[in-house]
Each structure stands twice: as C-alpha cells, then as structure tokens.
Design a protein around this ligand. Structure first.
Ligand code: PEP
Ligand code: MG
Length: 362
C-alpha cells in the first residue's frame, strides 16, 4: 500500500509539473478547506459566504437583518454578524496559510432565508420578537415570483449596502488577525451576479472606503484584490466595461448555463436524459462546457475582458471546473485556473496535465 501511495504521489507530481492551468477548490467550511489543502489545491477559488449563514443561530441574526424596517435595527443585526464572519475567515486563512482565498460576497436567492409556511412565520416572529403581522408584511414584500432571477447577488448588495460592507470589514480584519499567526493571505473579494459596470463601481467604492477605515483604525496595511463573477450573459458581453474595475473574473458557469439556455438549473433533471438520449444536447450542458453556446460566452468574456485589462486573472468556478472535457476547453480559451469541489481536485489536476501534454506533444 505504501508503494502504491508513493507511485500515486509521483504521478501527481509529474501531473503538476506538466500542467499549465491552475486548480483551486470551492470551499466554505474549515473541513472543505482542509480537504482542499490535502488534495493540493492551489487555494480556494470560491467561498460561498451565504452557506455560512444556514446554521440556526446565524440564520436568526441574518433574518433579523433582512426583516428590519428601521436602518438602526438593521445596523444592530449587521454588527452582530461581523465578528461571526471575521472568525470564519480567520479560520479559513489559517488553514490556507499563504494560499489565495477568493471570497464571494453574499449571494442568496432570498427565499432560502425566508420561512416557507405559516408555522415557520410564527416561529420567526417569536424568535425575532416581532408581531406576526410585521413578519407577514415583510415576507409579502420580499417574496418573488422567480427568486433565482430576483434579488440575488449584487442586487441585494446594492439594495442593502450594509451586508457587503460588513463582509468586507470581516475579511480585512481577519486578514490582519491571521497575519499575526503567520498566515499571509491576499484576500480576493468577488462580487456575484454582476450584469452592469455601475454595480461594480458602487461596490468597489464602498469596499475601498471600508479598507481605508480598517487601515486607519488598526494602524496597519494590507492588500486585497477585487473581481466579479461573470455568470450573466450580459456581464460576458459587456466585459470590456467591467474589466477596468477588476483584478479578476471568475466565470460562474452554473448560472451562465442556466441563463444562456433559459433553463432552470434546479429543474433541468426532469428532461435532461430525454434530451441527451435524443441528441438534442450532445451532453448535459450543466456538466460539459464546450465551444458552442455557453463556451462562446466564456471565450468572449475572456477576450473582451483582457482587451480592456490585459493582466486580468481568469477562472471558472462552476461545476464545469471539475469536469475533464471542460478543463480542456478552459485551457484553450485562456483560463488561468479552474476551481472545483475539493474531492474533484485530483481528477482536475490529472485532466489538466493530460490535456496540456496532448496539446503540446500531440
Ligand atoms: C455558478 O453560478 O456557476 C456559481 C459558481 O455560483 P453558484 O453555483 O453558487 O450560483
Ligand atoms: Mg452563481
């Protein structure tokens, strides 16, 4: 078994020497981050921060913030969330040590944070110490016909700026705290579901202000990067406007596929096998990224983004980042790294090497 272990390690070392595309992992818990490190991911490519708020006690504070009518109440809830987030990030930074960590700002479909029935509303009213009528009114105001195309990602960040400001502060303070323990990270802050340049300008201005405040308060300096998820077709098409405000783009190919096909990622399973069997789609487009359709949007986004900002780092962090055929495509269009679930990292490293060698040697 030890010999097999050694052979595997040697093979992976060769793979890493051969490949010319990076592999990071998607991770939002300490356990995922540890798995990512063990599998030799080159950092975290996507930390989905909304997942950090699903625990019951955190969910209550998050709901307090969402349900607040009064900005002062919202502020109080946000102030309670900040140290919780800061501790989350310190832990991730300590695990990842000197490796890059890309943190995506809150990207909920809002309905995931709302109770789904009357009993839930009653419990929530009690937990938040609010009249049931207030909770009902708020839920009515917040409910959406199509939450996946509604108040998601940066739209929530623009509407309730306190959330992103809180997260930026937590990231910056965690960077300084983790540095005291020798974890030197340059955090990468990522804005989700962008579709317009102005969204990036607004969020960037607010984040820069938070960075300046933390530097003054702490009397210490730190570096960070700012980028966007390119996961709406419009963001890919308008990449030239958006790029000058960014250090990186990360293609969220799950949403990009959903929006390019007009096909709900949560419902596609119902007819996917019929479609693939009858040759309508050569393969499940949520699994394989190719040069037709969604891949064209990625190519376009890479080319237009780099035209405006040549040094832009490009990555793919949707499910496709862990599928070998998609990795081959990503290499061809100039993606710098893919980010996939931690357990797919070894497969991605091997696939990346295989396609690099095939391309160079033939
Ligand atoms: C994506 O849309 O591809 C993505 C990575 O984000 P999420 O799956 O969290 O929407
Ligand atoms: Mg997405």
């Amino acid at each position: 078994e030890a010999a097999l272990d050694d052979a595997f390690k040697t093979l992976m070392t060769w793979a890493d020497e051969a490949r010319d595309i990076g592999v990071r992992a998607n991770a939002d818990t300490p356990s995922d981050a540890k798995t990512a490190r063990n599998f030799k991911a080159q950092g975290i490519g996507l930390c989905r921060t909304e997942h950090m708020f699903f625990d019951e006690d955190r969910l209550t504070v998050m709901r307090e913030m969402i349900f607040a009518d009064d900005p002062a109440d919202r502020r109080t809830a946000v102030d309670r969330l900040m140290p919780i987030q800061r501790a989350d990030f310190v832990e991730l930074f300590r695990i990842m040590k000197d490796q890059p960590v890309c943190i995506r700002l809150f990207d909920p479909p809002l309905h995931e944070f709302l109770p789904g029935n009357r009993a839930g509303m009653r419990d929530l009213a009690e937990a938040l110490d609010l009249p049931l009528s207030h909770v009902e009114r708020r839920i009515e105001a917040l409910s959406e016909y199509n939450p996946m195309l509604g108040m998601r990602g940066v739209r929530l960040g623009i509407t309730i700026p306190e959330i992103y400001e809180m997260q930026a502060r937590a990231i910056f303070e965690a960077t300084l705290d983790a540095a005291k323990d020798g974890a030197v990270v340059v955090p990468e802050i990522m804005i989700p579901l962008v579709s317009a340049k102005r969204e990036v300008e607004l969020v960037k201005t607010r984040i820069d202000a938070v960075a300046a405040a933390v530097r003054t308060e702490r009397g210490a300096d730190f570096d960070f990067k700012l980028g966007v998820m390119v996961e709406t077709p419009r963001a890919a098409l308008r990449a030239e406007d958006i790029a000058p405000h960014c250090d990186f783009f990360s293609f969220g190919t799950n949403d990009l596929t959903q929006m390019a096909y007009g096909l709900s990622r949560d419902d596609a399973g119902r007819f996917m096998s019929a479609y693939v069997q009858q040759g309508v789609y050569p393969e499940d487009p949520f699994h394989t990224l190719d040069a037709e359709g969604v891949g064209e949007l990625v190519q376009l986004g890479v080319d237009r983004g780099r035209k405006a900002q040549p040094g832009l780092t490009m990555s793919v962090c949707g499910e496709h980042g862990g599928s070998p055929e998609s990795i081959a495509f990503c290499r061809k269009v100039g993606i710098d790294y893919v980010s996939c679930s931690p357990f797919r990292v070894p497969v991605a490293r091997l696939a990346a090497a295989q396609f690099t060698i095939k391309d160079k040697i033939g």
